[in-house]
Design a protein around this ligand. Structure first.
Ligand code: AQP
Length: 327
C-alpha cells in the first residue's frame, strides 16, 4: 500500500498539525510504502520571507524525524528537489476545472481581505493533486481541513483516467477519529492555525513547557461546570478533551468520567501536563537533529533520490498519454 502526505514548510508547527497529521505519518510508515513531502513549493503562494522558508524547511525536516519518522521505514523529501511535482501541476491543470478551484474554502479564507492574492494560491490544489497522484497513492493521512483538496485530487485523477486512459490510482484521505480538527484555544470555533488563529490559542510543538502550560491554563471554555464531550455545545472543553485523549492515550468516555466532581481548572492543568510530557522527548531529539545540518541534508538527498525514481514512471505516462513527443 502506498502512503503519501505533504506538509507546508512555512509557519511553526502546532499541536493541530501534530495530532491531525504528523502522528499519523508515524503510524502509517509501518502500514505501507510511505512518502512524506515537505511541500516547499506550496509555501510561496502566500506572503513569505525567503530566509524564513529556507530555515523553516530544515526545522521541519528535523521535527519530522524527531516525532518519529524513520528514514529506514519511510521516505522524507523536499518537493522542490523533485521537479516532477511542478511538471505534474502544469499538466494536470488541463483537467482541473476553474470553477472547482474557485470553490476551495482555503482559497477563499486565505485570500479574503488581502490586497494581493497570488495565482499560485488559486492553483495550489492542482499542485497538491499532482503530489499525491505521482506516487500512485492509496491513502493520504491528513487533517479534516484537507477533505476538499483530497476530493479535488480524486476528481482530477478520474477526469484524467477517463480522458486519457487508466493512469492514476484513486487516492483516499484518512482522517484521525480523534483530533481531525484541533481548534484554537482562545477561539474554539476556529481551527488552530499559525496564519488564521491567535498566538495564545496556538500551542507549538516546540513551545517551552511553561508556555504550553500557560496556553492551556488560559484556554477559553464556557460558563458550565461539567467536563463533557459535546463539540457543538461545548467547543472549548471538547477540544481540550480531544487533546488530552491523544496526549494521554485515554479514550474520551474514560476522561469524562474521571472528571466527575472536578472542574475545568483541573482539566486545563492536566492537558497542559500531558502535552508537556508528550512533546518533551520530541523537543530533545529535535535539538540534536537540527544541530547536524549536514546529516539532515544527506537524509533529504537520499529521500529525493527515491522520490524521483518512484514518481518518474507516472510522470512519463502522463506525458505519453497526453500526446507529447518524448525525447
Ligand atoms: N487545526 C488542525 N487540526 C488538525 N489537523 C490540522 N492540520 C492543520 N491544522 C490542523 C493538518 O496538518 C497537516 C499539515 O498542514 P500544513 O502545514 O500543510 O497546513 P496548514 O493547514 O497550512 O497549517 P496551518 O498552520 O493550520 O496553516 P493554515 O491554517 O494557514 O493553512 C495537514 O494534514 C492538515 O490537515
Amino acid at each position: 500500500m502506498r502512503v503519501f502526505s505533504g506538509i507546508q514548510a512555512t509557519g511553526e508547527k502546532h499541536i493541530g498539525n501534530y495530532i491531525g497529521a504528523m502522528r499519523n505519518y508515524v503510524v502509517t510508515q509501518d502500514e505501507g510504502d510511505a512518502f512524506f513531502c515537505i511541500v516547499d513549493l506550496h509555501s510561496i503562494t502566500v506572503d513569505y520571507d525567503p530566509q524564513d522558508l529556507h530555515d523553516r524547511t530544515l526545522d521541519l525536516a528535523a521535527l519530522l524525524f524527531a516525532v518519529g519518522l524513520d528514514p529506514e521505514r519511510c521516505t522524507l523529501f523536499l518537493q522542490s528537489h523533485v521537479p516532477a511535482h511542478a511538471e505534474a501541476a502544469w499538466l494536470l491543470s488541463a483537467v482541473t476545472g476553474f470553477g472547482q478551484l474557485g470553490r476551495m474554502t482555503q482559497f477563499k479564507e486565505k485570500g479574503e481581505g488581502k490586497e494581493f492574492v497570488s495565482a499560485g494560491l488559486f492553483t495550489y490544489p492542482v499542485l497538491m493533486a499532482g503530489d499525491i497522484l505521482l506516487y500512485q497513492t492509496d491513502i493520504v493521512p491528513v487533517g479534516d481541513d484537507q477533505r476538499q483538496h483530497i476530493e479535488l485530487a480524486r476528481d482530477v485523477a478520474e477526469r484524467f483516467n477517463s480522458r486519457y486512459g487508466e493512469t492514476f490510482k484513486i487516492p483516499r484521505g484518512v482522517f484521525p477519529e480523534v483530533g481531525a480538527r484541533i481548534m484554537d484555544l482562545q477561539e474554539p470555533t476556529k481551527k488552530m492555525s499559525t496564519t488564521g488563529g491567535t498566538a495564545q490559542g496556538t500551542v507549538l510543538v516546540l513551545d517551552a513547557p511553561d508556555v504550553i502550560r500557560k496556553k492551556f491554563k488560559t484556554a477559553v471554555t464556557d460558563s458550565g461546570r461539567d467536563v463533557r464531550y459535546a463539540p457543538g455545545e461545548k467547543p472549548g472543553v471538547s477540544n481540550l478533551i480531544e487533546i488530552l485523549s491523544v496526549a494521554s492515550g485515554t479514550p474520551i468516555p474514560a476522561i469524562e468520567s474521571s472528571y466527575d466532581g472536578r472542574g475545568y481548572g483541573d482539566l486545563k492543568g492536566d492537558v497542559g501536563d500531558a502535552v508537556v510530557e508528550l512533546f518533551g522527548p520530541m523537543q530533545e531529539r529535535y535539538a540534536e537533529l537540527r544541530a547536524d545540518e549536514g546529516e539532515l541534508r544527506r537524509l533529504l538527498h537520499v529521500g529525493a533520490d527515491k522520490a524521483r525514481e518512484t514518481s518518474a514512471p507516472t510522470l512519463e505516462q502522463i506525458y505519453e498519454r497526453m500526446g507529447f513527443v518524448r525525447p
